[in-house]
Ligand binder design. Structure first.
Ligand SMILES: [Fe+2]
Length: 318
């Protein structure tokens, strides 16, 4: 495919303290060159035969392609970030930022600090929405290929020297302040509204247990740490227990094949958490059996290994 040029998304003559000359040079030379090189490398990739080209050559070309593609995408976002008065955040944008950062001023201080921290170096400062967590975060991409996986950047500050040297010299602080004065918040909000429509990545669906309630390992840990009464049952299958060496601290191992034998020992007033190796079938099945018998039972998502992955305490399994 051929990548085509995007027109400037901001009107350079309306900017406050950033001259049209700076934007023109940035757009023509840096964005334009990245696009030109991206198309050259795309042609190069199309012309090679992956079956006969050395792997390291393909790898180098693909790495360069990713950096150049990101450079064009981020430059387009940078130009689209400018053109407003920087101060007036639409209410929805202000409340989203305040919700994810504590306050707009805290967000602003962090974003500015990231820009100033790149003075004399190079990189991007990005405000990015992460669908998995349904929240915004600030981050630095110190090269063109360091974006957050799955993240959708909604505001970009270019901290490569070519973005400001021509006019601000080494005074990165003045450039960052000028950028902040020109943020087009209406455009940021529009991108944010589009970003939040993206669903988090789907989890593995357990079709046989569609309505069974689960609990996260972090929630279980918090119950234990705060001394909330909870009955934790490790239902590791008996054949598996010969391989297992440890068990969650605070959990009791029970044979999932013999629920009838131990169900009478459980209290109906305190919640029950069950789990197995990975939090799939056995733990779910036990939780379901207990719920049918009137217990407040849930299965721990991710099971034994998720507990270990969050560094939950374990003891030797005898
Ligand atoms: Fe740039």
């Amino acid at each position: 495919m051929e990548y085509t040029i995007a027109p400037l998304f901001c009107r350079p003559w309306t900017l406050n303290g950033i001259s049209p000359h700076l934007i023109e040079s940035h757009y023509e030379s840096n964005y334009g060159n990245a696009l030109d090189r991206l198309n050259a490398i795309t042609d190069e990739l199309a012309a090679i035969d992956p079956a006969t080209t050395p792997a390291h050559v393909i790898c180098r070309l693909k790495r360069d392609e990713a950096a150049l593609l990101n450079s064009t995408l981020l430059h387009e976002l940078y130009f689209a970030s400018l053109g407003g008065d920087g101060r007036t955040l639409p209410e929805d944008m202000a409340s989203a930022i305040a919700g994810d950062f504590g306050s707009v001023s805290r967000w602003r201080q962090e974003f500015i600090a990231l820009g100033e921290g790149l003075a004399g170096g190079s990189g991007w400062v990005l405000l990015t929405y992460i669908p998995r967590d349904r929240r915004l975060t600030n981050h630095v991409a110190s090269d063109h290929d360091q974006n957050l996986a799955g993240g959708i950047p909604v505001l970009a500050l270019d901290m490569y020297e070519h973005a400001y040297h021509l006019e601000f010299g080494a005074n990165a602080t003045a450039y960052v302040a000028a950028f902040m004065r020109n943020i087009n918040w209406d455009a940021v909000l529009q991108r944010y509204r589009n970003a939040i429509k993206v669903e988090p990545p789907p989890r593995l669906e357990q079709k046989q247990f569609p309505v069974l309630p689960s609990i996260t390992p972090e929630e279980v840990r918090s119950m234990l740490d705060t001394g909330k009464p909870v009955q934790i049952i490790d239902t590791l299958p008996r054949h598996y227990s010969t391989r297992a060496q440890d068990i969650m601290e605070g959990a009791t191992w029970r044979d999932p094949e013999r629920v009838d034998e131990w169900i009478g020992e459980l209290s109906k007033t305190d919640p029950v958490v069950t789990f197995c190796v990975y939090g799939f079938h056995i733990g779910c099945e036990t939780a379901e059996t207990l719920r049918k018998a009137g217990f407040d039972a849930r299965y721990m998502a991710g099971g034994h290994y998720a507990w270990k992955a969050i560094k939950g305490r374990v003891k030797r399994l005898d």
